[in-house]
Design a protein around this ligand. Structure first.
Ligand code: AMP
Ligand code: MN
Ligand code: MN
Length: 344
């Protein structure tokens, strides 16, 4: 966790914008298990750079879920790791919304040491490049909007000229990471940003409907199966859903169908800490998603296992003998921390 501290420069807004200003061909990496913030930020940056006469491409080591395809529908090329057009030699590689190397998946091996800038908003992670991180910002989209405004200014353009598509994607990113502007990461400036974007004419209701108003039948079936498997601990304060690979196979589910499982656990009255432990493949490698609805900081637990995130939403990957062992690891870690908090 601390290996890289001091190795990379913490940049300011101006430096981050200047790096982009000086580049002509930019490769944009976003995290696996892509969400609306990562995907929206990556494509907002791509469109903004193209608007300013630069070339840009987005890549991710995982495919973008069907429900978020509306973000990249107008992109010229695929976003897969090998979707970079032949002959595209970036002079800057930027990552967005990606706090740790592990979140880059297979792409990290390829780009380790070659990333010139990370733009992010996570409080906990492992920096792997010179970075412009605004911890506590609602979303990477919000951070990026500031960078795009500054970059536009450097290119002799004004904020009001930022293309509507960029505005839509920034709104998508911000709405996605704030749960439609309802989480405690929403600050007055988040609403100010949303207001500005809506003033530019974007269809916020349509974006929010796509993000939050629709679920596939498969998602609902998976949620039902997850609900039946939920375990409670500490008198109902902790709720954990495990979703082993064989169940995933039984439902013919993809990773994206498991994304909303965490909401099933966290919305139950009395639950303070919710976790979902998924087994994406047959490997004994478990992907943990954690959420808190109180002051309990789940990012501390995830950071301990090499992951990170925010106080109320964090993730990590556990290597365990079984999914049950992974569940027990999380239960013990949460219970111990709850106990320590109580004794303070
Ligand atoms: P998830 O449960 O995968 O939706 O992740 C919840 C939050 O934690 C998101 O903001 C993620 O970007 C962040 N996160 C997940 N995994 C990691 C990790 N390995 N390192 C840093 N942040 C993470
Ligand atoms: Mn994200
Ligand atoms: Mn984010």
């Amino acid at each position: 966790m601390t290996d890289n501290i001091g190795k990379y420069r913490e940049l300011g807004l101006y430096d981050a914008a200047e790096l982009l200003y000086k580049s002509e061909r930019v490769l944009i990496i976003f995290h696996i298990n892509p969400d609306g913030d990562a995907t929206g930020s990556a494509f907002a940056l791509r469109h903004a750079l193209e608007w300013l006469g630069k070339r840009a491409h987005c890549v991710c080591a995982a495919s973008v879920p069907e429900r978020l395809q509306f973000i990249c529908v107008d992109a010229q090329s695929s976003v897969s790791a090998d979707g970079i057009p032949e002959g595209f030699e970036p002079d800057l590689t930027v990552s967005v919304d990606t706090a740790s190397p592990s979140q880059m998946g297979a792409l990290y091996d390829k780009y380790e040491g070659k990333i010139g800038l990370m733009i992010d908003h996570h409080e906990k992670g492992t920096p792997y490049a010179d970075n412009y991180i605004v911890p506590g910002a609602s979303s990477c989209g919000e951070v990026l909007y500031g960078v795009i405004c500054r970059l536009a200014e450097m290119c002799g353009k004004s904020e009001n000229e930022i293309p509507p598509r960029v505005c839509e994607l920034i709104y998508t990113a911000t709405s996605s990471d704030t749960g439609c502007f309802k989480y405690n990461n929403v600050k007055p400036e988040t609403h100010t940003l949303a207001a500005k974007l809506i003033e530019r004419g974007i269809d916020a209701a349509d974006i929010n409907h796509k993000l939050f108003g629709i679920k596939t039948l498969k998602q609902m079936q998976v949620e039902h199966a997850g609900f039946e498997r939920m375990n409670f601990y500490s008198g109902g304060k902790i709720a954990i859903i495990t979703f082993p690979y064989d169940l995933k196979a039984q439902y013919g589910a993809e990773d994206e169908h498991l994304e909303t499982l965490i909401d099933v656990a966290r919305c139950i009255k009395g639950v303070e800490v919710a976790a979902v432990i998924k087994q994406p493949t047959e490997e004994q490698r478990f992907r943990v998603s954690m959420r808190s609805s109180c002051d309990f900081d789940v990012s501390e637990i995830c950071a301990h296992y090499g992951g990170g995130g925010h106080a109320r939403a964090a993730g990590c990957t556990l290597l365990s003998d079984s999914i049950l062992a992974a569940e027990m690891t999380i239960v013990v870690a949460v219970e111990q921390r709850m106990q320590n908090e109580q004794n303070k």
